[in-house]
Ligand binder design. Structure first.
Ligand code: GAR
Length: 189
């Protein structure tokens, strides 16, 4: 039985982080077992820190404010990730634009609250809600230099007709929580 080592990066609430830990960490899928070796955050106030620690996962803090450029932050991030010896980085609400310093060296996947290629970038959830499109959803995709531009792994969609913003937001998060662990397993498998 092989062990597949992953790490998860987050910046805020950490609901995806927690679902990923609960559904993947130390669990067996076919002929491999997943180990979440660490969680990484750029935000000392992120609620996800408590969520990771509750499950006994070490949290590595790399505060982006301590770095003078995006590239300098990415170099520090890459060094930490290389030291972890993981085969996949999972970005779960990690709110940083990553430069080629990162994207060329680290294999990563991300979850995004829209049906890409629609609504790339910031405030995607709000823009998707406000749009005239009837169908909304979430996307798991590979991370490349172009923000939210990497190959799509999986999507989940729903009809948002008649939903208020709170219901819509809950539905988006529920879809993410269902889809993202499946996407990680698909990529690792
Ligand atoms: C999620 O909805 C995720 O799709 C979004 O941040 C939220 C994090 O929630 N990510 C992006 O918008 C990336 N561009 P969480 O901290 O509760 O997992």
């Amino acid at each position: 039985m092989s062990i597949k080592r992953i790490a998860i990066a987050f910046s805020g609430e950490g609901s995806n982080l927690e679902v990923l830990i609960e559904s993947l960490h130390q669990k067996t899928f076919g002929d491999f077992k997943v180990k979440v070796v660490a969680a990484i955050t750029n935000n000392p106030k992120a609620n996800g820190i408590k969520r990771a620690q509750k499950h006994g996962i070490d949290v590595i803090m790399i505060d982006h404010r301590a770095y003078e450029s995006r590239e300098a932050f990415d170099e520090a991030l890459v060094a930490e990730i290389k030291a972890l010896d993981v085969e996949l980085m999972v970005l779960a609400g990690f709110m940083r634009i990553l430069t080629p310093v990162y994207t060329k060296q680290i294999r990563s996947i991300n979850i995004h609250p829209s049906l890409l290629p629609a609504f790339k970038g910031a405030n995607a959830l709000e823009r998707s809600f406000d749009s005239a499109e009837k169908i909304a959803g979430v996307t798991a995709h590979f991370v490349v230099e172009e923000v939210d531009g990497g190959e799509i792994i999986m999507q989940k969609s729903f009809d948002k007709s008649g939903m208020d913003f709170e219901t819509f937001k809950e539905k988006i998060h529920a879809c993410e929580h269902e889809l993202f662990p499946k996407a990680v397993i698909e990529v690792l498998g």
